[in-house]
Write a protein that binds this ligand. Structure first.
Ligand SMILES: NC(=O)c1ccc[n+]([C@@H]2O[C@H](COP(=O)([O-])OP(=O)(O)OC[C@H]3O[C@@H](n4cnc5c(N)ncnc54)[C@H](OP(=O)(O)O)[C@@H]3O)[C@@H](O)[C@H]2O)c1
Length: 284
């Protein structure tokens, strides 16, 4: 039997406790990779590690905390002696109008989706440079290209992550380190439930059929590790949407305003009017 090119590779995977991360962990384990599973929910990671047929170390921690990030790197080096791959997958998004987001929610999104992957990459790169090889994968988003109104801060973090991935690739690829950015379309994972209520929840919940099967994202990440590429779009046809938006951003503004923004503002105004009327009735 032909051995997978991922066999024996030491892979740090953040956000491994659910969604794309957990599915990717299962696929990587089947390829014989050795994993460092990172997320905050230890019990989830331990259950996943127990189920995998591969060597897996569990590192429960918060990627926004500097000591936790350092522990992730130390665990990989102490357990397996090297780091071949870093997958920056942990992420979150409170999808709401800017006026509804608190300063703390905004900072949290920037910390988890943008600052943490940059800082974890900074810790890992010197080890890869010494080895003269390595692969860094960032799970960005379709929102790295097409910024939608409910994704107002989320899109900013994912645009930033794309910029980081592009510049880093040009910095380290000549030295043997591959850099890939993965751009998934919306997929039904724990993402909506993990990130609280938003005005868009009813819209999303009634249109689950629009969402991508998260297995496709996990499959695309594993393929990108076997055959490295700079950009991975999931599904591939979203490149057409991205090109259309780049060619005619004004048209995109009109379509998004017509189909998303205006109906939601109108629904919110109606809801507020109803609540106002109810308050008046209660007072009577
Ligand atoms: N689902 C989508 O529609 C979609 C589309 C495009 C891109 N993405 C991106 O794909 C990535 C994975 O999302 P998903 O859909 O799989 O969502 P998910 O099911 O909610 O998984 C998110 C993962 O990130 C971890 N995480 C969150 N905050 C963390 C923190 N501070 N420290 C450590 N781990 C943290 C969570 O684990 P704990 O809670 O245990 O810490 C969980 O394992 C994210 O970067 C997301 O932005 C998602």
């Amino acid at each position: 039997m032909v051995r997978s090119p991922l066999h024996g590779r030491v892979i740090i995977l953040t956000g491994a406790s659910s969604g794309f991360g957990a599915l990717t962990a299962r696929r990587l384990a089947a390829e014989g990779a050795r994993l460092v599973l990172v997320a905050r929910r230890r019990e989830r990671l331990e259950a996943l590690a127990a189920e995998l047929s591969a060597e897996a170390a569990v590192e429960a921690g918060d990627v926004t905390v500097p000591d936790d990030r350092r522990r992730v790197v130390d665990t990989a080096l102490q357990t397996f002696g090297r780091i071949d791959v870093l997958i920056n997958n942990a992420g979150m998004g409170r999808l709401d109008w800017l006026k509804n987001l608190t300063p703390a929610e905004i900072d949290r999104m920037i910390d988890v989706n943008f600052r943490a992957p940059l800082q974890l990459t900074r810790l890992v790169v010197p080890h890869m440079l010494r080895a003269g090889r390595g692969h860094i994968v960032h799970v960005a988003s379709l929102a790295s290209f097409i910024a939608m109104p409910p994704y107002v801060i989320y899109a900013a973090t994912k645009f930033g992550l794309k910029g980081f991935a592009d510049a880093l690739r040009r910095e380290v690829e000549p030295l043997g380190i591959r850099v890939t950015a993965v751009y998934p379309a919306p997929a039904w994972t724990e993402f909506p439930d993990a990130n609280g209520e938003s005005v868009f929840r009813p819209f999303f919940s009634s249109r689950r059929w629009l969402f991508l099967d998260p297995e496709r994202v996990a499959g695309a990440i594993v393929r990108a590790l076997k055959r490295p590429r700079a950009h991975v779009y999931v599904p591939g046809w979203i490149r057409l949407l991205i090109q259309a938006e780049a060619l005619s951003p004004r048209l995109a503004d009109v379509v998004i305003a017509r189909w998303i923004t205006r109906p939601h503002w109108q629904a919110e105004t109606r809801r507020q009017n109803l609540e106002g009327e109810r308050d008046l009735v209660d007072r009577d």
